[in-house]
Design a protein around this ligand. Structure first.
Ligand code: ZN
Length: 138
């Protein structure tokens, strides 16, 4: 795999390439998403990149009606809240991501444990375009 440093910048570069990547500790096998360069369990520094399948279950979520300016620009407001969640990947780690494809006006119908699949939404910043991670029900 590529020799990018195990940090958030690399994580985001991979997201731009539509890959959800984590680091696995060569010492104890612990998996980190986003990646860590030093293992919190055994202090090992022998990491390798691993690509996640992108399958997850919803672990927690919140629907946000009053978001930051860039979310307002995307058209989210009180009438159209957006949802941020914590998902547990099939591989184990939990990641924070946008949750799409659910009725954010009826959060009572959103169930913890809902199976989700990773997707990559693209957002323009002037000339540049970046992707961000979003999960949606399978
Ligand atoms: Zn370790």
């Amino acid at each position: 795999m590529e020799q990018r440093p195990f940090n958030d910048i690399s994580f985001r570069l991979f997201i731009n390439e539509e890959k959800l990547m984590g680091s696995r500790c060569g010492g104890c096998g612990a998996l980190f998403v986003p990646p860590r360069s030093i293992c919190v369990h055994c202090s090992g520094a022998e990491m390798e990149w691993v690509q996640m399948k992108g399958l997850a279950k919803l672990a927690a979520f919140t629907c946000i009606a009053i978001g930051p300016p860039h979310m307002l620009k995307e058209g989210y407001d009180r009438k159209r809240p957006y949802c941020t969640g914590v998902v547990q990947l099939e591989e184990g780690p939990k990641v924070v991501a946008r949750i799409e494809g659910i009725d954010t006006n009826k959060p009572e119908n959103i169930l913890i444990g809902t199976p989700l699949a990773a997707g990559f939404l693209r957002r323009k910043h002037g000339e540049a375009e970046t992707a961000f991670l979003a999960f949606a029900p399978l």
